[in-house]
Write a protein that binds this ligand. Sequence first.
Ligand code: THU
Length: 129
Amino acid sequence: MEINWQELHDEAKRVMKLSYSPYSKFPVGVAGLVSDGRIIGGCNVENASYGLTLCAECSMISNLAMTGGGRIIAALCVDGNGNYLSPCGRCRQLLFEHGGPNLQLMTPDGPQPMSLMLPWGFGPEDLPK
Ligand code: THU
């Protein structure tokens, strides 16, 4: 499937503005292209108990399930300035679960596969059938 990175970037910036980040004042937005062609988004949602913060990617993955599931083919994450943001380690795991090694993640060096962003990642394939 053709990946329209401009569309993903626009959506990531749009949902970044919905971020609830009064503590860090570091809004994050992410957009993903799903196997059926739909675009899903997510923003970070913080908490007064700081460690309970939900990253933007968590929000997007919940959105994925709530809107019909599917596989994520491509994802693009932005900071408050709309610049590409590198997902944290935990969120790479979330992306890996729902996109696998071929999910393309936008970086300042262009799109990179999850197999490179999370080398030797542990995933569903590692569990007994
Ligand atoms: N954050 C995300 O939403 N995703 C990431 O991959 C990195 C960090 C958020 C969490 C917190 O609300 C803020 O960025 C500062 O760490």
